[in-house]
Design a protein. Sequence first.
Length: 126
Amino acid sequence: MSPPADLPDPLPTNDAIEWTGQRYGLRPYLDAGSDLGSAGADDVEALAPRLVEALADAERFAVAHVLLTRLSRVSYPTFPDWNGLAVELAVDGSSHVDPAQRETLARRWRAWVEAQPHPLALPPDQ
């Protein structure tokens, strides 16, 4: 049995994510939380509330969303957005994620956390 997954404390800021546009859509590169691939169902239940809370932080919401997506193992689109997160990519490789998306993402993730069993995809905004 592997030890429970843990989150970095504090969570990295959104600029820790390197976004790229690839043939199959958007892809975030984030070193923090990369060990969540072995996280199990108990880890999801333990870590999701903290990540949902972090969605309110304009400096960390994109990181929380990426980690929630990885941890939950939901199915998600990568184009034209990444699991509901709109990302603007510039020619110079920089990216911008509008923090106005926080509330919608938080509502959707709260709905996912509250649903039992958890949906296979992030629920639409109600």
